[in-house]
Write a protein that binds this ligand. Structure first.
Ligand SMILES: NC(=O)c1ccc[n+]([C@@H]2O[C@H](COP(=O)([O-])OP(=O)(O)OC[C@H]3O[C@@H](n4cnc5c(N)ncnc54)[C@H](O)[C@@H]3O)[C@@H](O)[C@H]2O)c1
Length: 269
């Protein structure tokens, strides 16, 4: 059997990049890591690290050469002004997809719940719901998912768009009882994204097995992914941990929806 192709991981020096590096390296994968910031941990045996700005298209194409999967976690990861988001999250994403087209590689895109953040918390969403971004950051994630659709329809490039909820060591407020994704569930999801026979252009709700989840149907069966963890045991300590802000509590995107919110009357249902 031929050697599996290396995995390119952008955003490797970030919170989730470091978790994924550790998890996939332990499973023996050959990793090509990259970030604009230095890699802060000891480099695993089968890994290399290259410092790179996602705005540098030539560098992205060069680094992706020979890779079978691109786990795209790099870029602006929080609510920022439009001009900050533009380079890494829009232009950089285009370079990632151009690289994937050239290499016939699969893209796993770290999308976000903030691409759909203005859906009400009372709604149960499936993967084909409308985008309702709650920030320029969330809008860049919707753009990223649509880029995946374009490259699938036009070039047959596969992608898995993971709408990550809240990926932290543990949930810290009431909203995360719905949105929490544990680190082990993130790693097992990445493994399935790499190994799955065929994905097409798929959407996954990136959350653990939470009873209070806002989210329903997605492509997990096709990928063979089952989250093992759950925020439910934290309910006792966190259910009362609310923000006190009616906008934040109304919408799935939480605090991002209320930032610079200037409606004087609530939007109709
Ligand atoms: N952590 C979560 O709960 C969560 C939720 C939803 C989505 N996500 C997404 O997952 C990904 C990783 O999130 P994270 O929490 O690890 O964020 P993070 O900020 O810790 O990591 C992002 C990394 O991208 C790098 N980066 C920024 N600009 C860059 C550029 N121009 N060129 C190259 N690298 C650049 C940063 O240096 C950083 O290391 C992000 O795309 C984020 O939007 C995370």
């Amino acid at each position: 059997m031929s050697q599996p192709k290396p995995i390119l991981l952008t955003g490797a020096s970030g919170a989730l990049g470091r978790v994924i590096t550790k998890g996939l390296a332990a499973q023996g994968w050959t990793l090509r890591l990259t970030d604009i910031a230095p890699f802060p941990d000891p480099l695993p045996a089968e890994a290399s690290f290259t410092r790179m700005d996602l705005n540098d298209g030539v560098a992205v194409l060069r680094l992706a050469e020979g890779c079978g999967t691109i786990l795209h976690f790099g870029g602006i990861s929080v609510d920022q002004p439009f001009e900050e988001v533009l380079g890494p999250n829009l232009r950089g994403l285009y370079y990632i997809y151009e690289a994937a087209r050239r290499e016939r590689a699969r893209v796993v895109f770290a999308s976000s719940n903030h691409s759909i953040g203005f859906h009400e918390r009372s709604e149960k969403l499936d993967d084909d719901c409308r985008f309702r971004p709650d920030s320029y950051y969330g809008l860049s994630k919707a753009y990223g998912e649509l880029m995946g659709q374009l490259y699938w329809d036009k070039h047959g490039v596969e992608s898995v768009n993971v709408r990550i909820g809240s990926c932290l060591p543990e949930p810290v407020d009431a909203r995360m009882l719905a949105t929490w994704l544990s680190y082990p569930d993130l790693v097992s999801l990445m493994e399935r994204c790499v190994l799955a026979e065929a994905t097409g252009c798929a959407v996954i709700w990136g959350a653990s097995n939470n009873a209070r989840s806002f989210w329903g149907k997605d492509a997990r069966e096709k990928l063979g992914w089952t989250p093992r963890d759950s925020a439910d045991p934290y309910a006792g300590q966190l259910a009362g941990k609310l923000s006190g802000n009616p906008v934040i509590e109304r919408y799935q995107g939480g605090a991002y929806t209320a930032r610079e919110y200037s409606r004087t009357s609530p939007s109709p249902k």
